[in-house]
Design a protein around this ligand. Sequence first.
Ligand code: 0FV
Ligand code: MN
Ligand code: MN
Ligand code: MN
Ligand code: MN
Length: 601
Amino acid sequence: LQAPSSQLLSVSSKKLQALKLNAASGLPQALRTLRFAVQCSSVSSRAEPAAARRRSASYKDCVWDYNYIQNSMQIYYTDVWFKRQAEKLVLEVGVMLRSEVGQAGQLELVDDLQRLGLAYHFKEEIGAIMEKIYLAGKYLTVTDLHTAALAFRLLRQHGIPVSQDIFRCFMDEGTARFKPSLADDVKGMLALYEASYLSVEGETMLEEASDFTAAHLNRQLDDVDPYLEDLLAHALEMPLHWRTQRSEARWFIEEAYGKRPDMSPLLLQLAKLDFNIVQGMHQEELRDLSRWWSKLELGKELSFARDSLVVSHLWSIQISPEPQYEACRRVFTKVIALVSTIDDIYDIYGTLEEVELFTDAVERWNIDGMKQLPDYMKKCYMALYNTVNTMAYEVLRDKGIDVTNNLKTTWARLMRSYLKEARWYHSGHRPSLLEYMSNARISITTPLMTMHSHIFDPKPATQTELEYLENDPNILKWASIIFRFCDDLGTSSDEMARGDVPKSVQCYMNDAGATEQAARNHVKGLVREGWKKLNEYRMEERTLPDSTVERLLNLTRASQCFYQDGDGHGVQDGETKQLMAKLLFHPIPHSPHDMPGERSY
Ligand code: 0FV
Ligand code: MN
Ligand code: MN
Ligand code: MN
Ligand code: MN
């Protein structure tokens, strides 16, 4: 296969030329089809028969039954009664938030609200608190480690560029070391550990903080009570800054806040209720989207591809959980389900000639482009074309902006990056890590996802913002790089086994002559460095609105989550199934004591 494939490349580009000429010359359809067939057979006669050249992935079916989702899934929490109860509790918590005046108390309450998934109800109040703390500058002289670290993390999280210097008072003078006595303050150490993940490149104090806290906290795991042990283990497994809001909320409500001796029953009650109400909305969306997906019937034709509708919605709610971003979620789920299918055509089932034709059809972006495709690709092409055009229509209808060109351009760019990988694979090319990444940061879909994310934000996108996004701003570049590394860490073993281009791990092995384990560690280090860049560009970002930036970070976080223990996107019957149950299908149990009716109103 290796030898003739370079010829295949040149033949198929000639063939494309011929096809374009044919399309222009107005030959009768039958004649064009005939010429196409002749050209195809002359191509495939040089290599093995098409059937023998196809790879396979043996993905399993979707782990949740569509019949259940569409017809028997009971959705309780969207009932207006629950919403009314939640609204009352939101008012009470608002009073609680405004009556908290101490800086430490305010910071802790903001942190709890964020981790409980409730911050979106109090956006203005929280923004005002953060600004006041920053302007008053009192956090600069805080000598209690927990409060200082919490202030630092929350301020940076809100895009405020506070300096690492607030930690200088915790270091021994003259050395670049934290005072060893700090190690006894487990709560403070934990806060410093979490804060260190908000660092930017070159902040050596924070690097030291990260090493210092991780080493001590790991050592203390065995000496603390079971509650604290769980908190430490959770933090050490993955820092808060890399976690997605919905999975963190479910864990925090049930395993942390709910067990904390001094927790507020009011907050806990609202958190459970709100989690379930929002989950109910996500379920209703899933039910509709599942009908859309079933009707497309792509699975029937493309049985080799992943059936990823439910896991795609799981991505959506991780990227954009709040009720007001429903439009984003619906678009993301459709895009991810389509992307997963098309990616499998390029990576697994399609021959090189076929994916050349598919790429050409997407670049042409018209219904004639479909005619040149083999039957199994036609449905997929038309599903993509119709879905994306319908999305563009809705934007034109609702916001009066024509985004057809932006959407078409970003899809064509993704297809070109897929094609480049297919060409590399078929020609046996082994790119350097640098060459690989210049393409792989596009093929990971972050630019595509962010274009859709921004267009479907409730606020209409401006032409300036869309052009800015099309030119790969730094924040987008680094978010893409991290997602690609995470995906490669989780999926490249299976990809190599079935045949694919070398991914970042393998490219680095080739570049450096490293073992796979050493290469994996190197890539994990690059993820860590990537976050520093992302943190930096996030604080510098001035063109994109916060909501788009937040979804971009959440996409990156979702990738950390899905690929933490392997291919959580493609293999859905392990951790991913548990996560689907927790985030999509099973509400948080309420004891009767928690029910709003028990309270005195
Ligand atoms: C990953 O699959 C995959 F399907 C992606 C990135 C789409 C799903 C997620 C989003 C669009 C957010 P795979 O590992 O096969 O991707 P590559 O690019 O490695 O072929
Ligand atoms: Mn335990
Ligand atoms: Mn793939
Ligand atoms: Mn791919
Ligand atoms: Mn992959």
